[in-house]
Design a protein around this ligand. Structure first.
Ligand code: HQG
Length: 203
């Protein structure tokens, strides 16, 4: 290998290490800003916000050194736009996905007639009995397109995409919210609104 090739290889390795570090930091931010702010000695306010300075200090004390520029890079490049700064840039929060109880201030919106939920086969018997539960999160997460739902399901195995008759649910007075990063959120989805391959899920 000549000197240029070695330098290229070195630059690629450095870029990969940097990307790994940013992915790990993003996962940690999801944990802190959605589920475990106490893990770095923080509390979210009622709308989910936390001061950026407090967050960076809390993370540093708990072994993640991140500077403001790196945090901005994570927010800007997060594939799902998971985080947002407030208008002053002094506070940050997760856009959705919380298990900590927060009021994101989302207004109910009319959903498209059909939404999708990605899951896996092993959950289907329980889902057919109980419908979709938010589990540990505040909401059930739905998407407007099949491919996003497939990606969500694939986190757990071979994905299965359920149709959600959001039009009828909404007519039946269920509330839907659209997060700023495009995820449809609702409470419990009773099984009678669910379909698989166009057929009702529950008998
Ligand atoms: C399943 C990621 C048994 C449900 C994604 C899911 C998403 C049931 C799991 C976001 C059930 C809950 C949320 C029932 C629902 N019986 N299982 N009655 N009802 N389930 O992670 O939707 O990368 O809380 O099908 O992209 O998978 O974190 O929800 O499999 O947008 O930003 O219980 O998380 O985004 O799992 O994912 P989750 P989810 P981030």
């Amino acid at each position: 290998m000549d000197a240029w090739a070695i330098m290229d290889a070195w630059a690629i390795m450095e870029a990969m290490a940097d990307r790994d570090r940013m992915v790990r930091a993003s996962r940690r931010l999801s944990l802190v800003l959605r589920h475990r702010p106490d893990s770095v000695g923080l509390e979210l306010d009622e709308h989910g916000w936390v001061a950026v300075d407090d967050l960076l200090t809390g993370l540093a004390v708990h072994s993640l050194r991140l500077d403001r520029a790196e945090l901005e890079r994570i927010v800007a490049t997060s594939d799902k736009q998971r985080f947002a700064f407030d208008q002053t840039g002094e506070r940050i929060r997760a856009n959705q996905g919380h298990s900590v109880v927060v009021d994101l201030g989302l207004r109910p919106s009319a959903p498209p007639p059909l939404l999708f939920h990605g899951t896996v086969t092993r959950f289907l018997p329980a889902i057919a009995r109980e419908g979709l539960n938010p589990g540990s999160r505040q909401h059930v997460h739905l998407s407007a397109d099949v491919s996003t739902a497939e990606r969500v399901g694939r986190r757990r195995g071979v994905p299965v995409v359920l149709g959600v008759d959001s039009g009828t649910m909404s007519a039946d007075a269920a509330e839907f919210f659209l997060s700023v990063n495009g995820v449809w959120l609702t409470g419990h989805v009773p099984a009678r609104y669910l379909s698989l391959d166009g057929r009702p899920l529950s008998a």
